[in-house]
Design a binder for this molecule. Structure first.
Ligand SMILES: Cc1cc2nc3c(=O)[nH]c(=O)nc-3n(C[C@H](O)[C@H](O)[C@H](O)COP(=O)(O)OP(=O)(O)OC[C@H]3O[C@@H](n4cnc5c(N)ncnc54)[C@H](O)[C@@H]3O)c2cc1C
Ligand code: FES
Length: 1218
């Protein structure tokens, strides 16, 4: 949080900001508060920290400090915020684990009233009481009564010395010299203009959100910007100059200084809208419409109006409105000042003329709108909030008084060209026309002709963006029509009733949720209760240590990798000379420095540490630089020159791999019965294909490792963020050629992994270990987000081709499928992209989607509802699954029925159909998707686990097991298990770290079995210990735990025990119901379920990987790759357990929920499919169709074929004259 003091008004301001973007020099005289500063476990924790932790708003904890500080900054300004303010404060924060619901729940406790307040009538919304049979104890997820109140008088004050400095010290120019850059912050406009004249190339940095992140944002358009190593020798900061911070109400409009933050602009405009007559504020309202979703709060707090305008990015949401709104720019240089229309800076269509390098923008004048003038702004982005627009627009029309005759028209588009562009000729041609459908039709045709967007336009999505251009126009047409009608009902034609809903804005309602637990046990037994994450408070105070938080070791070096920029090439030269001369460089490590094996075999094809002669993908590690700092290592890595000779073919897609017959062997096949024969006798066959895109793990903590060589016996400590320390140990030992007993791997906690921290981490840890071995120094390697995404693979993309048939049933065409007859053939493609790896669900989310997609297609073809087809094909009695496991479907059937009943599925379905009949441009969809998830590994030895439990003579217990804490709360659960087994409070038990020294050969924590197998091992160890204590306990039954332990020690009883467990396959069964914004899940282990579900929504509807034709990943950060944010979660999310269901295979009936919930996110996919079906049906398109995943706004829009998509196709593809 940033706090400022303004000496004239004596006002203190607080706002949140992105630490990664704030230049340190901009913080002179400003107070910065971090999460450590608001509370800690040693003194007192802050209510925000307490509530986020106790409401289960933290899993891996990596995002938690950011969440805490966003809410803290909000509370400093609004101690009782509304839910809307909370959601807005969190819009710029990402969490990959929780699914946001518990975070919002924690924050909700600050808003008044935070619950339904119906306590006097019985239950309130916080009483999460189950109504299930046999339930005795009412369970709340948290107890609000125990929260400390928020006392604003207890907050830190603004540092008085900074206040005195601001009041007493005369303002003077500040100059900071860095190693490569000089930062100059003048105090007067005159001085600024002199500086600009002296350094015309120096950027004027205010928020640094464009200069600082420019390369990342531009990746989609210009992928090599990131590698250009742009830096500025001089930076000028104009933030302290009063002329650039003015807010002036004038007779004809509002003048805003160029350095005003977007948050301030939003506040000023909101104020103006509330005070000025409606007709004067139409431009203001259009700007506010865009500002609502522009960036997150943290960005708006620091990004400036001038920076947004002058950057002239195609993605600016403000420029199209400011341009059509005839706003004026006040420019100044040493030569004088001038006023120009803002639209002039886009006059050449490239946005690079008009301003001279010595000129600066002082202020912007936004005029008041007129009575007969209408202005609107629209945008479409991959995600609703905090996402750059795919396309946007500002549109304005002025009518002759009391008529619908167009006097003036303005259209500007963003996202279409290299900057905002004007449809000038179209607007000219429409002057004098009446505002009617004929005009609209003409306008669409003219715009499509005038605003060119060729097939190879940067950013792709050409058809879609063209469709958006005219769809925006149509919406503007309707909006204006509605306003004209309001002014005078006789002025223009009526809007048909069923079109009207399109004019209503999309409003997010307050999230509601319900988690139903079943607890039938003694109050002191912690198992099955919603216990706070053992490290929750430490996550929230910033005290929890991750790999990169480990204090620097003496003479530690930092490593940066040099990766291939070619997808398939021979390495002809590696020139490290320049890099070796760079400042701070210690050494360069290549394949020659690997003491033993450069290849590591898991399967038949090896994992390669350093590429030697040849590279197989962009991002493959070739060598690494070790230097005295991260910055120096990265700067030097950029100076290593690699010579390539391109090899053919370059295979980047599944289709290309098929074409080149490029596969991994062996081919996999699952077969039952003679399928070919069966197809010959059936009367109906359905064939189809579905494409499912890959997914990036996007764990919040990127790959991290610190290798510390010890000075004796080739020992090494490896502190690493991994799910599988034993694997890292093996791989490091193999490349160094030492026995595994010299490599000690330690994992305290992992900031999210989801399958991505096994093989990839092994490679990176080995690279760091080779460097540590060569240099004798400790080596730290922390990948930045871009490199992490570039180097490491994610979830596999899949193309599923199917051919299905079924029996005739109840006079319908297709009934039950021949479920016991199947043939499945899988081929794994070998491409020139980074190798994909495990990701939550590993294959199930893709194959499940293929199955449910042909189920949906069968329904469309047969005329049955999708849920009926699914029901017909369910297990009816005990049967063998295709993986040869006997399955009693009783729980499955109960689950399905309960879900249908409790969600009122059929009445909701009727309501959806009714809504769709009434609304032409808005549709709803509904889906219920069943799932049977076979979790665990197909190799039995991978489901073994061990634990080590020590009891100390003071009665405290130290617990260790082989599982890794990566957000799922495994240590908390293991402590719960030990607490139940030893019958002692959880507070007596401590967990320190997972290490290869305490539990050897531990299996990977993955496949949803971590808790089950490690829990059994912990139980085993505890039972051994208890058995040893039993004679002492029975002799002194009234004694305390400490008495028994003391006595045991005195009797020389061993107070340390190992536990062990091995297991076969377990099955869990789940069902889900989804209704676009309302979700009902009937399952277990709630927080994992919710988090996985939201990750599934991301997979199936949002997360899209994009590559250049050369195989370079474009989507290398949160700006281009959108994971679900707070705005994407279900408005209603109910989770309940299937009542009285037992699972004798798993510990305390644990349900192994880590992965299964992810697939359930596909119910959103199928609900959208349902809505698209309704659209198509209404437009006469009744043929079955398939939708690919992710079902992005682009795919949805293009599947909703209508007159606009057709118009685009005619112009663009068929080249038909309009
Ligand atoms: C995560 C993120 C999300 C975003 N989302 C959106 C979005 O949804 N919609 C959108 O429209 N924008 C979005 N942006 C862009 C953001 O609005 C702009 O980057 C911001 O407004 C630029 O202001 P700044 O002060 O940070 O500019 P800086 O980075 O400080 O400067 C940008 C450029 O402007 C020049 N400049 C600045 N002030 C002046 C001046 N007074 N005179 C002359 N030149 C000047 C500088 O020389 C520099 O070249 C996003 C940015 C980020 C980082
Ligand atoms: S808890 Fe939010 S990212 Fe892990």
């Amino acid at each position: 949080m940033i706090s400022t003091y303004e000496p004239v008004s004596k006002k203190i301001g607080h706002y949140s900001a992105n630490a990664c973007l704030l230049p340190i020099c901009s913080l002179h005289g400003i107070a910065v508060t971090t999460v450590e500063g608001i509370g800690c476990t040693k003194t007192r924790i802050h209510p925000v920290q307490e509530r986020l932790a106790k409401c289960h708003g933290s899993q891996c904890g990596f995002c938690t400090p950011g969440m805490v500080m966003s809410v803290y900054a909000l509370l400093r300004n609004h101690p009782e915020p509304s839910m809307e303010q909370i959601a807005s404060a969190l819009a710029g924060n990402l969490c990959r684990c929780t699914g946001y619901r518990p975070i919002l729940d924690g924050c909700k406790t600050f808003s008044e009233p935070f619950c339904c307040q119906r306590k006097e009538n019985g239950n309130c919304c916080l009483d999460q009481e189950g109504k299930l049979e046999g339930e005795k104890t009412p369970i709340k997820l948290f107890s609000a009564d125990e929260f400390q109140p928020l006392d604003t008088t207890q907050e830190f004050i603004f540092p008085p010395e900074l206040m005195r400095m601001a009041e007493n010290e005369p303002k003077r120019t500040l100059v900071f010299h860095g190693e490569r850059t000089t930062w100059i912050s003048p105090t007067s406009l005159k001085e600024l203009l002199e500086l600009k004249a002296k350094y015309p190339k120096a950027p004027l940095v205010v928020g640094n959100t464009s200069v600082g992140i420019g390369q990342h944002l531009e990746l989609l358009v210009c992928p090599d910007m990131k590698f250009k190593g742009v830096y500025h020798p001089v930076i000028i900061s104009p933030a302290r100059i009063l002329d650039l911070n003015v807010v002036r109400y004038m007779d004809n409009g509002l003048t805003l200084g160029a350095a005003c933050s977007l948050a301030l602009v939003k506040d000023v405009l909101t104020n103006a809208v509330s005070e000025l007559p409606w007709e004067k504020t139409k431009i203001f309202r259009a700007l506010l419409q865009q500002l609502k979703t522009l960036g997150g709060q943290q960005i708006r707090n620091i990004a400036s109006l001038g920076g947004n305008i002058i950057s002239r990015k195609s993605t600016s949401d403000l420029n199209p409105i400011l341009a059509v709104g005839n706003c004026i720019l006040n420019l100044a240089s040493r030569e004088g000042t001038r006023w120009i229309p803002l639209s002039d800076i886009f006059a050449d269509g490239a946005g690079n003329n008009t301003l001279t390098p010595k000129e600066i923008l002082v202020s912007v004048h936004i005029p008041y709108s007129r009575k007969e003038e209408f202005v609107s702004a629209f945008r479409q982005a991959q995600r609703r909030e905090n996402s750059l627009p795919i396309a946007n627009t500002g549109m304005r029309v002025l009518f002759a008084e009391d008529t619908d005759i167009i006097m003036d028209f303005g259209i500007f588009y963003g996202g279409i060209g290299s900057t905002s562009i004007c449809a000038k000729q179209t607007c000219q041609a429409l002057i004098g026309r009446h505002w009617n459908e004929k005009m609209l039709d003409e306008a669409c045709r003219l715009v499509l002709k005038e605003v060119s967007l060729t097939g190879s336009a940067p950013g792709g999505k050409v058809e879609y963006r063209r469709t958006l251009m005219i769809s925006f126009l149509f919406k503007f047409y309707l909006e204006v029509l509605q306003s004209l009608k309001k002014m005078d009902p006789h002025r223009c034609p009526d809007i048909p009733e069923k079109y009207r809903s399109v004019l209503q804005d999309f409003h997010t309602k307050i999230h509601q949720n319900k988690q139903i637990y079943q607890v039938k046990q003694l109050p002191q037994d912690p198992v099955g209760r919603p216990i706070m994450h053992q490290a929750g408070i430490k996550h929230a105070t910033g005290e929890a240590l991750y790999c990169d938080d480990i204090r620097a070791v003496d003479e530690e070096l930092f490593l940066a990798v040099v990766t291939s920029s070619r997808a398939h090439a021979k390495i002809v030269s590696i020139d490290t000379s320049e890099a070796l001369r760079a400042p701070g460089v210690f050494d360069i490590v290549t394949t020659q420095d690997v003491p033993a094996k450069n290849e590591f075999y898991i399967f038949s094809d090896p994992e390669i540490l350093f590429a030697k002669d040849k590279v197989n993908c962009v991002g493959q590690i070739i060598c690494a630089v070790v230097a005295d700092s991260e910055v120096h290592a990265k700067q030097a890595a950029a100076k290593v020159k690699i010579g390539y000779e391109t090899l053919e073919p370059v295979i980047l897609t599944i289709e290309e791999a098929i074409q080149h017959n490029s596969f991994f062997e062996p081919q996999r096949k699952l077969e039952q019965g003679n399928v070919d024969e069966a197809f010959e006798t059936v009367d109906q066959i359905l064939e189809g294909e579905i494409h499912i895109g890959g997914q990036e793990h996007f764990y919040m903590e990127t790959q991290s490792v610190l290798v510390v060589p010890k000075r004796e016996d080739k020992e090494m400590d490896v502190y690493v963020s991994t799910q599988h320390p034993a694997f890292i140990q093996e791989m490091v030992a193999s490349c160094l050629g030492v026995p595994a007993n010299r490599i000690m791997c330690h994992v305290k906690r992992v900031g999210g992994a989801f399958g991505g921290k096994v093989v990839n981490t092994g490679l990176l840890a080995s690279v760091a270990a080779v460097a540590a071995n060569k240099t004798g120094h400790a080596v730290r390697l922390i990948l930045d987000r871009g490199d992490d995404m570039l180097i490491t693979g994610g979830r596999h993309p899949v193309i599923g081709k199917y051919k299905v048939s079924g029996k005739k049933c109840c006079a319908q065409t297709i009934g039950p499928l021949y479920a016991n007859l199947f043939l499945r053939e899988d081929r794994v493609c070998k491409t020139n992209l980074p190798s994909n790896t495990a990701f939550r669900g590993f294959g199930f989310p893709q194959s499940g989607l293929i199955t449910e997609s042909w189920m949906t297609s069968i329904a469309a073809k047969s005329g049955l509802s999708p849920e009926k087809v699914r029901e017909i094909n369910m297990y009816k009695e005990t049967e063998q699954t295709f993986y040869k496991q006997e399955l009693d479907p009783e729980n499955l059937v109960r689950c399905w029925k309960e879900c249908i009943e409790k969600s009122a599925y059929y009445s909701r379905k009727i309501a959806v159909e009714e809504f769709n009949k009434q609304n032409y441009w808005k549709k709803k969809g509904i889906a219920i998707i069943p799932m049977k998830y076979p979790f665990g590994f197909n190799k039995r030895f991978l489901s073994q686990a061990a634990a080590l439990v020590h009891i100390y003579t003071d009665g405290s217990v130290l617990l260790t097991h082989g599982g890794i804490e990566m957000g799922q709360g495994i240590h908390t659960k293991m402590i719960q298990v030990a607490s139940r087994e030893l019958k002692i409070p959880m507070s007596n038990i401590h967990f320190c770290e997972t290490s290869t020294t305490t539990v050897p050969n531990a299996c990977v924590t993955a496949a949803s079995v971590g808790t089950d197998v490690n829990g059994m091992a912990v139980k085993d160890a505890c039972q051994t210990l208890l058995k040893r204590l039993e004679p002492i306990i029975s002799k002194n039954p009234k004694g305390s735990w400490n008495d028994w332990v003391k006595e045991a020690f005195e009797q020389s009883i061993n107070l340390s025990a190992t536990g062990y467990f091995r297991e076969s396959l377990i099955i869990s069964m789940l069902y889900i119901f989804y209704n676009i914004k309302k979700v009902k899940v009937f399952i277990i282990s709630h927080s994992q379920i919710e988090g996985a579900f939201v990750q599934g929504i991301g997979l199936y509807t949002m997360e899209e990987l994009k590559y250049s034709p050369e195989g370079v990943l474009y989507t290398r950060g949160p700006a281009q790759y959108k994971i679900p944010a707070v705005c994407d979660i279900p408005e209603q999310f109910s989770i309940s357990l299937l009542s009285s269901s037992q699972n004798s295979y798993a510990i305390y009936s644990s349900k192994g929920m880590g992965e299964a919930g992810l697939f359930l996110g596909c119910s959103v996919f199928f609900a959208i499919w349902d809505a698209v079906t309704a659209v198509r049906k209404e437009r006469g398109l009744t043929e079955p169709f398939t939708l690919n995943s992710p079902l992005t706004p682009e795919r949805i829009r293009m599947a909703c074929a209508d007159e606009f998509t057709e118009m685009v196709m005619r112009v663009f593809f068929w080249n038909t004259p309009l």
